[in-house]
Design a protein around this ligand. Sequence first.
Ligand code: GDP
Length: 465
Amino acid sequence: MVLAELGGKLRDSLRKLQTGGHDVTKAQLQQILNEIARALMEADVNVKLVMTLRDKVQSKVEHLLRNEEDEEVTRRHSSNLSKTVQRAVVDELVALLSPGGDVKGAKKVYTMKRGKPNVILFLGLQGAGKTTTIAKFANYYQRRGWKTAMVCADTFRAGAFDQLKQNSTKLRVPFYGSYTEADPVIIAEKGVNQFIKERYEVIIVDTSGRHRQEEALFEEMQEIAAAVQPDNCVLVVDATQGQAVYDQALAFHNAVDVGSVIITKLDGHAKGGGALSAVSATKSPIIFLGSGEHFDDLEPFNAQSFVSKLLGFGDIRGLMDAMNSVSDGKSQEELMKKMSRGEFTLRDMYNQFSKVMNLGPMNKLMGMIPGMPDYLMPQGEESTHRLRKFMVMMDSMSNAELDGKVDLRTKYDPQVEKRIRRIAAGSGCHPNEVKMLLVVHKQFEGMVSKMGKSGMVGKNAQARQ
Ligand code: GDP
């Protein structure tokens, strides 16, 4: 997971509140808030932002404390205390990472339109990971059935053309570029016009990331933007730069209308929090995070989902979005109807898993499952394997079990225990693994039920992607 270290620390701090139960004192609360603040600063989040966050959390929970002099949190309130602190921490972290919403001057995230050309201009300094990110972005949309193409308007860097072309061949995404034309504006214009004529839906334009002089770089970007009239300008920044990306992002903003940002190299970089919060401070929405060198290492970014995953609450919303993005219309519509009533059987989970398998490595999706313990969080290909294993177990279940007519979660029932052993034997697993599957399903069902009651399912299906 991106920022695993920070997530671990925050979870540990919040857990102390839960286990503290009725005995959480004001001093302990202070200590926990300090720990949270320290963890954020260690992840390179700007000190001022951290202090603001801490003060806001504190003032939100303050009214739960009887009075300033009182050392003990009142018994009456303390059971709510951990929930209140947790909610306040979540809200403030989300606010820290959301430039959107009611923040003054914040930009709206550009929504890709199906059946129309979406011209996306990519900007970023050389080395930020722009070329790699373009390939990932193309791969992301292509896999989801969007007609995608790439244009190379970087004539400054020798090799840019070949790098992009190689990626385009690997991904089987059409490519426009020129070895002979030296004017990037002409290339961009011709390439984009050609792909618009051929009815491409996602037309990605790569621009140069370096020039002899900075002004020349920005001038060229402006000329290309004027020529191709992009629907969205995406700035690519490197997380390893930490808080320094703030100034970088502002410089690009001042030159062109940056619509959204992708932050790369967040994999294993403990200090990525600085880049994330700094970009948000520039009021541009972050749309994706780059988390590796492979084409699949691109995660859509949503502050709520990100924080939810970071704190170990799972990300059922992200999972729903992923499922929706591979949906096949009718059957998904039926499922949505069921889900809006709060129903989600093992068979529904099976069907969703099998669809989601098409999206590539599963580790990111597995991280979205609420309640998935860390030690079960698989890495890379292993995650696909784990999901497949779950499906094999479900293959060994009866129709009644899959359709929720028999409850395998009934405790201390010898019949149920026997069935679990049979399913385990039939699928070559340990009974505890079958129980884990049932726990995962229960988590899903609980979330679906909550979402169904709140009316989130149907709206959510249309609101994003
Ligand atoms: P550009 O100059 O901005 O086009 O940068 P490149 O796309 O050529 O990337 C520069 C280096 O960063 C390459 O070695 C990439 O493999 C690497 N890179 C790009 N994105 C990521 C990422 O998300 N994670 C990691 N670990 N490396 C990345």
